[in-house]
Write a protein that binds this ligand. Sequence first.
Ligand code: MG
Length: 394
Amino acid sequence: MTSPLPAFAAIVVAAGSGSRAGGAKQWRELGGQPVVRWSVQALLDAGAEDVVVVVPTGAEAEANDALFELTGWRLALGGAARAQSVQNGLTALGGPAKRPVLIHDAARPLLDRGVIERVLAALDEVDGALPALPVADSLRRGSEDLVTGEVERGDLWRAQTPQAFRYDTITSAYAAWPADQPATDEATVVQRAGGRVRIVPGDARLMKLTYPEDFAMAEAYIPRQIRVGQGFDAHRWGPGDAVWLCGVEIPHDQTLIGHSDADAGLHALTDAILGAMGDGDIGDHFPPTDPQWKGASSDLFLIHAVERLTARGGRLVNVDVTLICERPKVKPHRQTMRERLSELLALPLDAVSVKATTTEAMGFTGRGEGLAAQALATIELPVRDQAAGDGAGR
Ligand code: MG
């Protein structure tokens, strides 16, 4: 059980053009959701009473889309420089004068509640709080490719956000700040105005997304869980001359009867992936009563399930399908089926298994009334506390 935090508000600065990261990085996807959504959600989850998100003029639609279905935030428009954007956010936010305000860069998406707790706690004793990390690498001065000196790193820190101040402290410090001078961050502005700003422990995961390669590193920091889902399907044999199994058409003296192409292997696999996500079953997504799926290729169903997984920032780890029938012989087609699934799922071949068994002439498969299929799918899904919901959203 986490302890309640004091009442606070927040400003998330998402007004940059992000040229070094190759475009406006605050709208780019990280772990299946826009960068800006991560920290806005973290602040709301921690109990922020009011969150003002400062965006560039013209980016309102992108922001609304990125923050879809979250409540407790509103937009303000940014200025020419970061300091102006923050001040616009403060004006939009308003008092109370003594309410703590966290000022955070959207480019640091992986905001943890622990950092929020630490900066808020520091405000009981000082005028401001700055999360920071010690500098671990030794520092050198250099010119061209030659070392020209060294830098003592004992009192150097890598500053992060969110930085915390009471509303009146930060607004009056900005009022005293010379308008023509760029301000790196709010800690500098408050400190120059005579305030005491405390350094509290930051978090390596709060890294700033600056260069394109930073996204891959941030992805690796997102906590993920392994999930397993299973699926089962059966179809009845009827007159025909070929059968679809695991995305491959096999000549046979019968076919499987169904609303779609009756590929029981793909149906079981689709259900396994949906099952791992807690996202219903194939019938919810493709009702058999809907005429548009009559005769449909079951590739569509499988691809749809994978797209829903990708949209949640998830990925497949491996799949394992078992076909249960006396005939046709599956073994000669197994490799083709694996290759087809590997292609459809963008998985390496050794992460795709297709197996077959008979039931030794017992039961409906043994009597040749129908074919059954079972499937397992293992997935990785980002852990987002309340963000994932029941899978009905984005
Ligand atoms: Mg089916």
